[in-house]
Ligand binder design. Structure first.
Ligand SMILES: NC(=O)c1ccc[n+]([C@@H]2O[C@H](COP(=O)([O-])OP(=O)(O)OC[C@H]3O[C@@H](n4cnc5c(N)ncnc54)[C@H](OP(=O)(O)O)[C@@H]3O)[C@@H](O)[C@H]2O)c1
Length: 294
């Protein structure tokens, strides 16, 4: 096995690299520009801009991967809404280039996708429920999924997840759980919506699922999120309780007041029955993971 990871400077990419180092599985990490993950040894890193077909061909030739875990994406939902061309270039066209190259060498191609492909009217969702994306980001991810679905080669997997959280090195952006914890611990007010429901996902659990699907030779769509679907307000309340913070700092608001560029699905959540049965997925509860945050 030789696993090539795209987006290894990102949160999930960093967790996958760390687990692969400890597993003994051969891997090459790649991301745009310099390696920003000190856990990843220099001789396991290649710079790969997934917008460049030339870069992709060179790296595939050098690495000869048997598995590609494609985490790189434009993940800022509002930025995608305001920059749709960039969003489709990175999330759809670059996925097509990578998948095409993977097919040439019959390597397994794994795509990371999102609960946002659903409209949030009937969550939680199984792997076979019908998507109805509400934003450019969501549409781009669904279009990327369709590239795989429509291909004659079935050597691929799609891993759908929700609000990924954890800590990493020099990340481009924070995440809900770390932001809420830091805000509450610094005794600042925090406004959060009580009309959006999500199942926050510990990045290490998700990384484990991505690797396990490859190791077990699974194909098809797999849900991999946290075990509990909660309102964002309740998630932040649980964080405040865990750290014994002043709960009056948490101000309840709703989606209409936020003026976010991209529309969000109200209630998602993903059904985990298949992942639990087929790969032994057993994600941690929020409080168990808070104990592990630095
Ligand atoms: N985070 C979530 O809540 C969430 C929820 C559902 C699904 N997902 C999906 O899960 C995957 C991983 O998410 P994440 O949280 O790890 O995202 P992330 O932290 O934003 O990581 C994405 C990585 O992609 C890299 N990248 C951007 N443009 C690139 C390019 N042209 N070539 C190569 N790499 C490039 C970024 O590099 P820089 O760091 O240099 O910008 C970043 O390191 C994504 O596919 C995302 O759509 C995430």
């Amino acid at each position: 096995m030789m696993v090539l990871i795209t987006g290894s400077n990102g949160l999930l990419g960093q967790k996958i690299v760390r687990q692969l180092i400890n597993s003994g599985v051969e891997y090459t990490a790649s991301s745009k520009g310099e390696n920003r993950n000190p856990d990843c040894p220099a001789n396991h890193y290649l710079s790969l801009d997934i917008l460049s077909q030339e870069d992709i061909i060179t790296v595939f030739h050098q690495v000869k991967p048997t598995h590609i875990i494609h985490t790189a994406a434009l993940t800022n939902v509002d930025y995608c809404e305001l920059n749709p061309e960039m969003c489709y270039a990175l999330n759809v066209k670059a996925t097509a280039l990578l998948f095409n190259e993977a097919n040439k060498i019959n390597a397994h191609f794994q795509l990371l996708s999102t609960d946002f492909i659903f409209d949030g009217e009937n969550g939680p969702y199984t792997e076979t429920d019908t998507p109805n994306p509400l934003s450019h980001y969501a549409t781009s991810k669904w279009q990327a999924e369709q590239l795989l679905n429509e291909a004659s080669n079935k050597n691929w997997s799609i891993v759908r997840t929700i609000i990924v959280y954890g800590q990493g090195h020099q990340l481009s952006r924070s995440n809900l759980i770390v932001w809420a914890r830091d805000t509450l611990l610094s005794k600042q007010e925090i406004s959060v919506v009580d009309d959006q429901f999500r199942a926050p996902t510990w990045a290490d659990d998700l990384a484990w699922a991505c690797i396990q699907i490859c190791v077990l030779g699974k194909v098809g769509v797999f849900n991999a999120c946290g075990p509990e679907t909660l309102s964002i307000y309740d998630i932040v309340l649980r964080i405040a309780r865990f750290y014994d913070c002043d709960q009056s700092l948490i101000k309840k608001t709703n989606s209409n007041t936020l003026n976010q560029a991209a529309k969000r699905p109200p209630k998602t959540g993903l059904v985990l029955t298949k992942s639990m049965a087929e790969i032994g997925y057993n994600p941690k509860k929020l409080e168990e993971t808070l104990e592990l945050l630095d």
